[in-house]
Write a protein that binds this ligand. Structure first.
Ligand code: IPD
Ligand code: CA
Length: 280
């Protein structure tokens, strides 16, 4: 069996190097290389270059492992570990120069389907502020080496909650209807623009909860582990797991409240957005 702490250390090392590359490329100027599932769903040369670096580093350190990356797809391995990678989560923020983007790297067992995998280690690194969130199953979640935990309770003013809207314009009316249902629970709403950071912020108490429809596996693989290891709950759809139908991460009892209010749609998930560029 693989030692989870060594996977966590590798994820952190690679995320730090990849984040530095992303930030350097941002400083040199960014242009959109292609669109993917919709005109709003973009990829830059930096996304591809950063993913290639991550793939190379992980393959050099652990050649038997599998890999699933947002930009380059799936390469099966021969070990029990697959790396799930978003080289730049928050690409739209990255393109606009908004300092909320992250490298997300997770090691999972059980294949590439979030409905059945088990995340064992992960790292989410925002190179702009230099924050490294990291976790291993059973060993807790940390921010720059210090243990983090979800909030113990919701303020009487209501819950601090983040969400996202996905790239498919056709999904917006349903998403807004869901938002209207859960808004009464909130003191305020955030749309940070990077799912991995939304999840990391639930883990460290900057948010009480987060939900979003239409996520891809690389958006939530590392972040969901952070929340669980910080004492929060993670669920969604299909099959009660984070997935394209819904991802919910929150403290109790907010998790149950979100789950109930969002629940009517949980078993009719939309198709996840395509990860493959349509032009370049
Ligand atoms: C996106 C971000 C965004 C979320 C989208 C994701 P990307 O990832 O996490 O916050 O709303 O659903 O696809 O495209 O920037 O890697
Ligand atoms: Ca991305």
């Amino acid at each position: 069996m693989t030692d989870h702490s060594s996977l966590e250390a590798l994820a952190m090392d690679v995320a730090r190097e990849a984040g530095a590359l992303a930030a350097r490329r941002r400083g040199e100027g960014v242009s959109i290389a292609a669109t993917k599932s919709s005109l709003a769903d973009i990829v830059t040369d930096a996304d591809r270059e950063v993913e290639a670096l991550i793939r190379e580093r992980l393959a050099a350190a652990r050649p038997a492992d599998g890999f699933l990356g947002e930009e380059s797809g799936h390469s099966p391995g021969v070990s029990d570990i697959t790396w799930i990678v978003d080289p730049i989560d928050g690409t739209v923020n990255y393109t606009y120069g908004i300092p909320a983007y992250a490298v997300s790297i997770a090691a999972v067992t059980g294949g590439v389907d979030p409905a059945s995998w088990k995340a064992v280690s992960g790292a989410v690194f925002n190179p702009v502020v230099g924050e490294m969130f990291h976790a291993s199953r059973g060993a807790g979640a940390h921010l720059d080496g210090s243990r983090i935990a979800v909030n113990a309770e919701i303020s009487p003013a209501g819950a601090m909650v983040a969400t996202g809207f996905g790239y498919d314009p056709a999904s917006r009316p349903a998403t807004l209807a869901q938002l209207a249902r859960v808004m009464p629970l909130m003191r305020d709403l955030r749309r940070i623009g990077a799912a991995s950071l939304d999840l990391a912020y639930v883990a460290c108490g900057r948010l009480d909860g987060y939900f979003e429809r239409g996520l891809n596996p690389w958006d939530h693989a590392a972040g969901a582990l952070l929340v669980q290891e910080a004492g929060g709950r993670v669920g969604g759809a299909p099959h009660g797991r984070p997935g394209p139908g819904m991802t919910i991460a929150a403290i109790d009892p907010l998790f149950e409240q979100l789950h109930d209010l969002l629940g009517v749609d949980l078993e009719s998930p939309p198709t996840a957005p395509s990860s493959h560029p349509t032009s370049s």
